[in-house]
Write a protein that binds this ligand. Structure first.
Ligand SMILES: [Zn+2]
Length: 239
């Protein structure tokens, strides 16, 4: 068995063990042993809203970007647990939602047939050092493993930190994001002619996704689709 398959199996077994043999832990709040709704406790399950169900859709909704859940309520809680604590249960829950959407053919253009290159939206080097990981990378890795697709960790590089843009107007943010990303060193030949799935934890205006996609398309990618675990109406700082 090759190492990648082995890794997938080990993770799958770990998750199955956690789910069936231990008292279930809610990925949304970390409480144990409560009633389950899609593996969430009842209160968390009641506050999980689909991306389609939110009244205020993300303002910059792009036809080629999909999200699984709303950032409001449990969706946002799951993202924050994945982002700040690297909680494996929250990450696994979010990744499963993304996989479900991919496999159900709910992406623009239907179910993407492989092989796609899965590219996480990168953090700036400084932020990545400080946090020690990139939650988008964690999600992209799980998606790539389960789909049997290639993971392009270093395909994109963030050359400008634009995370403090929450209060900046939308047009200004878009302008600042242009030039915030570039192809990683020696990555051009990986991108050329490839179909690319861009992965992030949260999409708000879509400006970040748009900036990344334009770098990939300029680099010769044949197609780019964006997939985020949650869509926010602006409460997450404007990605
Ligand atoms: Zn819960």
């Amino acid at each position: 068995m090759d190492p990648r398959t082995l890794r997938v199996w080990r993770r799958w077994l770990g998750e199955a063990f956690e789910r069936f043999c231990l008292v279930p832990t809610c990925p949304g709040c970390g409480r144990r042993g409560l009633g389950e709704v899609m593996e969430l406790c009842l209160p968390c399950g009641a506050e999980l809203w689909g991306y389609e169900e939110i009244a205020a859709k993300p303002p910059g909704e792009l036809p080629w970007v999909r999200a699984v859940w709303s950032y409001r309520g449990t969706g946002g809680r799951l993202v924050r647990r994945a982002k700040f604590a690297r909680d494996p249960l929250a990450l696994a829950f979010l990744a499963r939602g993304m996989l479900r959407l991919l496999k159900a053919g709910e992406m623009p253009g239907g179910r993407p047939r492989g092989p796609w290159l899965v590219v996480p939206v990168p953090l700036s080097a400084r932020k990545r050092r400080r946090r020690g990981f990139n939650q988008a990378q964690d999600l992209a890795q799980r998606v790539a493993e389960r789909m049997g697709w290639e993971l392009g960790t270093w395909v994109l590089r963030r050359v400008r930190d634009t995370t403090a843009l929450g209060r900046v107007r939308r047009e200004e943010r878009e302008a600042l994001l242009l030039g915030a990303f570039e192809l990683g060193k020696g990555q051009r030949r990986r991108v050329l002619g490839r179909r690319i799935l861009l992965v992030d934890d949260v999409v708000t205006t879509g400006a970040t996704m748009r900036a990344c996609a334009s770098v990939l398309l300029d680099g010769g990618a044949s197609r780019v689709l964006g997939l985020a675990s949650c869509a926010a109406g602006g409460e997450s700082g404007g990605k």
